[in-house]
Write a protein that binds this ligand. Structure first.
Ligand code: DOR
Ligand code: ZN
Length: 348
């Protein structure tokens, strides 16, 4: 039997290396979806206000653990939000904590809750030098924010104008190029020397930018970095299914209430936590690469973060089922990506 005909797939339990859990009641709704599939997740710090200190990360971590339903096992891996003023000492505190696993770069203005982000990376060099010294991973939202740069070119321009100079100055800094969306980023990460990896979302593996405009504007397909053209999607699929340990899973599942997605100025983010592994299985299955899913989803992430691989498993069945169109969320609803559609795989 070829792997693409397998009715069932059991893999080492995966982790999500890029996740938005939000806080409060929103978190209470979305957290069980992630915990049902993943053992751990790197939790993004772009709350309002952002998580900029180890002390805030400790409190956020406790809120996550308190919101976890009884009997569910899940370990939140915390991150700090880098600002122009993050002191170098904060990195040492984060490292010593044992629960802060990375620091995130949001270029100011690049995306949701990035206003407090970095205006010029050179302002952060003393702090980045300590990250390099202590081996703290630097998670990079890799888009320039210059409004004159075409939206679809912002990742490629970032590589040349920010990523390459940064990594030339700090060759030992452990960098994760988050949610890559272009062939340029996939090639850069595959070919670069030194400690660099990239996360890839399920939606960037499954869709190109046509999806946002099919039959009218479809805001649930709008995220940042935005979906790109088909050639880029194909390059991402090739990278994800290549078995190269520099590429691993990060959903970037980012819940926003239906009302702020379906809006004249809608928020960026796709909600995929509910059916994340089903989407990845579909993307790998489509190209006959289910045998490469376990490395991507369960091995290469912990290896890069220098954490143990999980020992439990996750089983998925090839089975058609219909994803709910909407979930109850805050005082309204949350529309998952593919809401109401038939899925081909089901996590059991
Ligand atoms: O689409 C996105 N949504 N991209 C991001 O970088 C942030 C995220 C969010 O927090 O909603
Ligand atoms: Zn994100």
């Amino acid at each position: 039997m070829t792997s693409s005909a397998l009715p069932k797939l059991t893999i080492t339990r995966p982790d999500d290396w890029h996740l938005h859990l939000r806080d409060g009641d929103a978190m209470t709704t979305v957290l069980p979806h992630t915990a049902a599939q993943f053992a751990r997740a790197i939790v993004m710090p772009n709350l309002k206000p952002p998580v900029t200190t180890t002390e805030q990360a400790a409190a956020y971590r406790q809120r996550i653990l308190a919101a976890l339903p009884d009997g569910m096992l899940f370990e939140p891996l915390m991150t700090l939000y880098l600002t122009d003023n993050t002191p170098p000492d904060e990195i040492r505190r984060a490292k010593d904590s044992g629960f802060v696993h990375a620091v995130k770069l949001y270029p100011a203005g690049a995306t949701t809750n990035s206003d407090a982000g970095v205006t010029d990376l050179r302002k952060c060099y003393k702090t980045l030098e300590v990250m390099q010294e202590v081996g703290m991973p630097f998670l990079v939202h890799g888009e320039v924010t210059n409004p004159e740069i075409d939206l679809f070119d912002r990742e490629a321009v970032f590589i040349e104008t920010v990523m390459q100079p940064l990594r030339a100055d700090m060759p030992e800094l452990r960098v994760v190029f988050e949610h890559i969306t272009t062939s340029e980023a996939a090639a850069y990460v595959a070919e670069a020397t030194g400690p660099i990896a990239a996360t890839i979302t399920a939606h960037h593996l499954l869709y190109n930018r046509n999806e946002i405009f099919k039959g009218g504007i479809r805001p649930h397909y709008y995220c940042l970095p935005v979906l790109k053209r088909e050639t880029h999607r194909l390059a991402l699929v090739k990278a994800a299914t290549s078995g190269n340990p520099r590429f691993f899973l990060g959903t970037d599942s980012a819940p926003h209430a239906k009302g702020v997605k379906e809006h004249a100025c809608g928020c960026a983010g796709c909600y995929t936590a509910l059916h994340a592994m089903e989407l990845y299985a579909q993307a790998f299955d489509q190209v006959g690469a289910l045998d490469k899913l376990e490395g991507f989803a369960s091995f290469y992430g912990p290896d890069f973060y220098r954490l143990p691989r999980n020992t439990s498993t996750l089983t998925m069945k090839r089975e058609a089922w219909t994803l709910p169109a909407e979930l109850s969320y805050l005082d309204g609803s949350l529309v998952p990506l593919n809401g109401g559609e038939v899925m081909q795989w089901k996590a059991v």
